[in-house]
Design a binder for this molecule. Sequence first.
Ligand code: GRF
Length: 198
Amino acid sequence: MTRIVVLISGRGSNMQAIVKACQSGDINATVVSVISNRPDAAGLTFAKENHIHTAVCDHTEFANRDDFDGELAKLIKQAEPDWIVLAGFIRILGAELVQQFVGRMINIHPSLLPKYPGLNTHERALAAHDDEHGASVHFVTAELDAGPVIEQVSVPILEGDTPDSLAARVLAKEHGLLVKAVKRCVTGDVQFTPSTAV
Ligand code: GRF
């Protein structure tokens, strides 16, 4: 059975969508561990209730990024994953860590990449008066939010939208998008080609 590790930082609704799709057989895989960089991440409760192994790698307890990345890499490897899914994981990973998992680590990002890598994507799409916004699932490479895109979904930006209303509209589409992308990865329908890495 294909083994998936999910990295989260908070609510974990995208992680829940993956777990449920695995439980229902929609994705032919098992979530073997949920790792959070925040001990208070709400998603950890859902994982525990679903008898999934959890681990915390609290970034505030490390003197520097390399030490944090080293511990995180150790926790990921212990779970022996085929795929690593960053689902609302709000930490930048160093090149050395990324290199160890390149080609089998994916991330969901709330924008139509290559637009708006980084934070505050909803605010930035509104400030730019864009007509549409959305989310992308992409392979993780050393450059932030710049790896090859696997799947995207767009939503309209409506008159009177606020960052919160827009975020909610995007999130409602993220779950299906992520399940679709993970499914493609697990079935081998999509593969990372180094030459396509940005
Ligand atoms: C999602 O919008 C994700 O794209 C972004 O952070 C949010 C996390 O939501 N990176 P959740 O924790 O999956 O509910």
